[in-house]
Every structure is written in C-alpha cells, then in structure tokens.
Design a protein around this ligand. Structure first.
Ligand SMILES: Nc1ncnc2c1ncn2[C@@H]1O[C@H](COP(=O)(O)OP(=O)(O)OP(=O)(O)O)[C@@H](O)[C@H]1O
Ligand SMILES: [Mg+2]
Length: 244
C-alpha cells in the first residue's frame, strides 16, 4: 500500500469515559494525514488531552478504533509502533521528565529507538542547541524552571525525529522570545503536527486546519478570521519586527 495515501492515523467512532464521569469522547472520528498541521482548541475539560492520550495508546478507547497507517491498533505492540512514529509532548512537563539529568532525558528517546549511546548523545545535543538549551546537559531535571522543563520535554520528543508531533500546550509558561523560537522551529520542520493551544496567535502561526471537541466529537472550525490586535510590550519604541 502507498504510505502517502494511507492516513498516518485515524480514530473511528472512538468512545472514552473515565470511571464515574460523563463521556469525554463520544463516537469521535479524526483523520490525520501526512503533513497535516492541525490546531486543536476548546474549553478546559473538553477532552483535548484525552484525545492525544487515546491516539498514543496511553488510554484505550472503550469502543471504536485507532488505526495507524490503516491497521487497527489492538495490542500494546501496535501502540509501541505508534509511539515510535509519533512523539507526544505532555501537557504537564513533570509527567514527561524522569531522568535525573537533562542530557540523559533528551537522549533517552533516541537510545530507545536503537541509536548507540554516542549517536543518542549527539542527537540530544543537536536538538538542545536548536532549542537554545546551551549548558543544560548536566542540569538536574527536577530543579529546572517551569519553562525550562517544557523546553527540555520538547527537546526529548523532537530528538526522536518522529513522523508526527502531538504537542499539548507547548508554549504554556514560555517567554515571548522562546515562544517565537518554538514557532520558527515548528515551521522549519516538515513534520505532521497536532498542536493543542489556547493561544490563537500561536495556532495561527503553526497550524493550517483547526478543530475543537464539542460534546465528545471532533468539529472542524476553519472559518476563523485572523486579524492583528494592538499589543504592548517593553521597549516597544525601539525598532523591532513583527510578523505581518
Ligand atoms: N484521570 C482522570 N480521571 C477522571 N477524570 C479525568 C481524568 N483526566 C481527565 N478527566 C476529566 O475528563 C475531562 C477531559 O479532560 P482533558 O484533560 O482531556 O481536557 P482538556 O480539553 O485537555 O482540558 P484543558 O484545556 O484544561 O487541558 C475533564 O472533565 C476532566 O476532568
Ligand atoms: Mg489538556
């Protein structure tokens, strides 16, 4: 089968309910094709994070199917293949980081993919440099600031060079310059992307199709009008550039 024709990932009539709660996903359909750049927004508690966890097999749907390259994922080994191909940045960086030092954490994914320790280290260092994480190799992950943790988590996911990135609120807690750098980095990648954000400006700059979850179903919402608002920041009277 021609890979480029088969969607990277599909959810078909996926249902998911946490014990004792209302349905979070209710017969949800979603199709992610190679090179899609999907922005997902919507109210707190609408099921965005749950959706990404179901895609990765961290939560299993009560009914319905997850298909990876057209094949239904039923067993752990099926989802292991998903997790080798698709990288998930968790909403909470503390859930993502578990190695004592930053370098070990960023190199962990590449090592798991079968790179040698030297290759994994080089890959980790390259990715950290791209994210501006200089001098962080030996820092202790649990002592990083919130924004630093987010960046190191992102480095760990990107170091695996996945076919798709699922990013759950990647810019939360990041300063404007770092946020801009993330936008440039994402736009420089030829990767399929699903990005959850409450930040419209960020979504506008990184995604090309837009979705929200309403009553447990995915709803396409492309009829948005993007326009610029007046904004303020320090040193605004000095020459500086904004995107058009
Ligand atoms: N582990 C859990 N156990 C029980 N209920 C949960 C659990 N995780 C999430 N929920 C509930 O499921 C619903 C969907 O949560 P989810 O985290 O997917 O929402 P979200 O759209 O990502 O929200 P946010 O924008 O706040 O991150 C919420 O009502 C939440 O309270
Ligand atoms: Mg969430």
């Amino acid at each position: 089968m021609d890979e480029s024709q088969t969607p990277l990932l599909e959810l078909r009539r996926a249902c998911f309910t946490y014990p004792g709660q209302r349905d979070v996903l209710d017969n949800l359909d979603f199709c992610l094709r190679d090179k899609d750049r999907a922005g997902l927004f919507g109210p707190n508690g609408s099921g965005k994070t749950t959706l990404l966890h179901v895609i990765m097999g961290l939560l299993r749907p009560d009914s319905g199917e997850v298909l990876f390259r057209g094949s239904p994922c039923r067993y752990e080994k099926d989802f292991q293949a998903v997790r080798r191909a698709i990288g998930l940045l968790l909403q909470n960086a503390d859930d993502q980081l578990f190695n004592p030092t930053v370098l070990d954490d960023v190199a962990f994914g590449p090592l798991n993919l079968g790179l040698t320790p030297d290759e994994a280290r080089t890959r980790a260092q390259e990715t950290m440099a791209a994210l501006g994480l200089y001098g962080f190799e030996d820092r202790l992950t649990h002592r990083l600031s919130g924004g630093e943790k987010k960046l190191v988590s992102l480095a760990g996911v990107m170091a695996m060079r996945p076919q798709a990135l699922l990013l759950d609120e990647p810019t939360n807690g990041l300063d404007p310059e770092t946020r801009s750098r993330i936008i440039d980095i994402l736009n420089g990648l030829d990767t399929t992307l699903v990005v959850i954000s409450h930040d419209w400006d960020f979504l506008d700059q990184t995604a090309t199709s837009f979705y929200t979850i309403k009553a447990g179903r995915m709803v396409r919402e492309d009829d948005r009008t993007f326009h610029t608002h007046v904004h303020s920041h320090r040193l605004g009277d000095l020459p500086h550039r904004h995107r058009p």
